[in-house]
Design a protein around this ligand. Sequence first.
Ligand SMILES: NC(=O)c1ccc[n+]([C@@H]2O[C@H](COP(=O)([O-])OP(=O)(O)OC[C@H]3O[C@@H](n4cnc5c(N)ncnc54)[C@H](OP(=O)(O)O)[C@@H]3O)[C@@H](O)[C@H]2O)c1
Length: 289
Amino acid sequence: MKLLIVGAGGMLGCDVVAEAQRRGHDIVALAGRTALDITNLSAVKACLASHRPDAVMNCAAWTNVDGAESEPEAAWRLNALGAAHLAAVCAETKAWLLQVSTDFVFDGTKGSAYHEFDPVNPQSVYGASKEAGERLVRHSLPSHSMIARTSFLYGKHGKNLVDTIVRAAQSRPSLTFVEDQLISPTSTVDLARVLLDLAADPLPGTYHVANAGQCSLLEFARFIVAEAGLSTPVLATTFAEYVATAKPAAKRPQVSPLERRMLALRGMDTLPHWQDAIRAYLICDTPCV
Ligand SMILES: NC(=O)c1ccc[n+]([C@@H]2O[C@H](COP(=O)([O-])OP(=O)(O)OC[C@H]3O[C@@H](n4cnc5c(N)ncnc54)[C@H](OP(=O)(O)O)[C@@H]3O)[C@@H](O)[C@H]2O)c1
């Protein structure tokens, strides 16, 4: 398979490249907007015409959730228009497109894990722009696109909450995390594996791809601190208290774990439990793939 990876220098993109290399695919890794700016339609056309990939993996995105509130146009341009450009050109060149998306397309009020057929209702500029990207991809490329929604990513090639928690636990007397915000933390290594599985056995649709199980941010932080061999106390706060005190610019879903219904239906739900994924991440000093 000839695979073109956009956003190949990002946290997820790096692990997708490593996994694709491991599988022996013919890859074109485009590390950032200097390699290919997906907001530029003629550049996307020229790139795909030159490389003629069988599949395109879009790991590029505006991922600064709070920053998107003050720079909505830039977020929409990349997350919606950039995705639309890739889909339109994939339709012309008959390539598959894997578009990575987010649990932030949901409002978090369901009270339990979301599956692929639950209604979306994004609450932030980031969530709305990613949801628009999903729709534009489905519209332009209905028979050759897959949307992979994931959640709370961490990986060796980007700033992430796991590293932040370990560093904070090493330097502060105590930490405080929210006890009633529920998530599906996901390793970029495990996500990359499943994205490559999907690319090898494509079926159009939307897929939730997250490590198994779910946890509160408090459980997540306590598990990481303990696994890192530290004894720093991790205190509890509530989602409401956190929002009132930190006043984040963007609204986030309070309960947005992802149920992997489509992967389960296809017999492709191979993602390990989030605790095993954290253990694998912490024991690995260098990139794990
Ligand atoms: N991080 C999370 O917790 C999380 C959670 C759920 C879903 N997701 C989704 O997962 C995917 C990967 O996220 P990530 O955290 O790995 O992202 P990331 O580390 O922020 O990487 C994003 C990449 O996009 C590239 N990029 C920016 N503007 C571009 C443009 N105009 N054209 C082409 N490339 C451009 C960046 O490269 P340059 O800056 O060098 O141009 C960077 O390599 C995204 O779709 C994101 O929405 C992430």
